[in-house]
Design a protein around this ligand. Structure first.
Ligand SMILES: Cc1cc2nc3c(=O)[nH]c(=O)nc-3n(C[C@H](O)[C@H](O)[C@H](O)COP(=O)(O)O)c2cc1C
Length: 369
């Protein structure tokens, strides 16, 4: 497992469900990661937690992510992931959520580098695939110790370290600090994977080259446009029309049917995910390099509020709609539609039926790692 030269799909709780990861694979992604699983729940054989370690046969390079604080749990969960085909195991040291932090997991490990070193060293000894760690820059702006943490992680024998360029307290409020990511990359000899605010192929290219990281990781950029992997591979934008995007979302619904089953129960389970995805899909805007490359250098486009074009089709307007009730309706019609033509017809009818309020693009403020 070589962690150089890769574009990884980030671990994404809820978003990184198996059907969505397959959608990313269909659009050029080659390296996927699972949703974070609590190691102590895996040890208790929790069905839902074990399900998070499962991968699809199409995922040939899959990393399972766990949250742990004790080595015994971490190793047991790591072994369960390896049994299910994980190529590597990642330890979450970035999750800012209170419930996780208060249990001594996630970002709180950043405050305990000696404990972290021991934990990772034990994992490396006990898990027969590479172990990686995902960190943030530190706990708060005044407490940025990522250099020290990354050093401890390397010395513990980890195969790579991912750096999300923000602190725990910043959540998503600030732009990711790629200068700090670059500094850490220059200090370490294990591969450093840079993460934060990559929304276009040209931002990715520029930040990747300038920072000197070994690889990059994409989170919200993939949730907004799963085809970003192909854009990065081909170094050009793919600006799908509303009809084409609807086809891509229909493909996700199809993959959900395959995963959850095409029956009432399967529908019920899929509806916990499919409408949720539209919270990200609705933020898609074409961001041509000609128009945006300059401003993206000073401020990442993920943080930008884009002016909404006046002249868009009814279908485009519908897909940009940020209202949860519209997302529910879109998800339902995709579940019912037998093919793209039927989906387009149903979506066009829906667009005519509901009052047109367009969604706001820009900052995607969510919690997590
Ligand atoms: C919906 C959502 C769920 C996330 N879940 C996780 C997670 O389970 N584990 C983790 O390490 N990070 C998680 N993150 C953080 C991302 O992996 C990533 O570090 C962060 O979003 C910054 O990358 P981006 O700017 O490309 O989105 C999550 C982020 C989002 C938006």
């Amino acid at each position: 497992m070589d962690f150089r030269g890769r574009v990884l799909l980030a671990p994404l709780t809820k978003g990184g469900n198996l059907p969505f990861r397959r959608l990313c694979l269909a659009h050029g992604c080659t390296t996927t990661m699972g949703e974070m699983a609590y190691a102590y729940q895996v040890v208790r054989r929790s069905k839902s937690e074990l399900a998070l370690l499962r991968k699809h046969a199409e995922e040939t390079c899959f990393g399972a992510q766990i949250a742990a604080n004790r080595a015994g749990d971490a190793i047991a969960a790591g072994l369960a992931a390896v049994e299910r085909g994980a190529s590597w195991v990642d330890l979450n040291c970035g999750c800012p959520i209170h419930d996780i932090v208060r249990r001594g997991m996630g970002a709180v490990l950043l405050q305990r580098p000696a404990h972290l070193h021991k934990l990772v060293a034990e994992m490396v000894k006990g898990i027969p695939v590479p172990v990686t760690v995902k960190i943030r820059l530190g706990w708060s702006e005044d407490d940025q110790n990522a250099s020290e943490t990354a050093k401890a992680i390397e010395e513990a024998g980890a195969a790579a370290v991912t750096v999300h360029g923000r602190t725990r307290e910043q959540r998503y409020s600030r732009a990711a600090d790629w200068d700090s990511i670059a500094r850490i990359a220059s200090e370490r000899s294990i591969p450093v994977i840079g993460n934060g605010d990559l929304l276009t192929w040209y931002e990715t290219k520029q930040r990747w080259e300038k920072s000197g990281v070994a690889s990059v990781m994409i989170g919200r950029g993939a949730l907004i446009k799963p085809w970003i992997f192909r854009e990065i591979a081909e170094q050009r934008a793919f600006e799908p029309t509303a009809e084409q995007r609807l086809g891509i979302y229909l493909d996700l619904a199809k993959k959900m049917k395959e995963h959850f089953r095409d029956d009432e129960k399967g529908r019920e389970r899929a509806m916990r995910f499919l409408p949720w995805h539209f919270e990200f899909f609705c933020r898609y805007r074409p961001l041509s390099a000609e128009r945006w490359v300059e401003s993206s250098r000073s401020h990442p486009l993920m943080q930008t509020r884009f002016p909404d074009d006046e002249e868009v089709s009814v279908l485009e307007r519908l897909l940009r709609d940020a209202r949860p009730e519209v997302h529910q309706r879109l998800a339902a019609l995709l579940w019912e539609a037998p093919d793209e033509a039927a989906a387009t017809a149903a979506a066009t009818a829906l667009a005519a039926e509901i009052p047109p309020v367009s969604g706001e693009a820009g900052e995607v403020a969510t919690a997590h790692g």
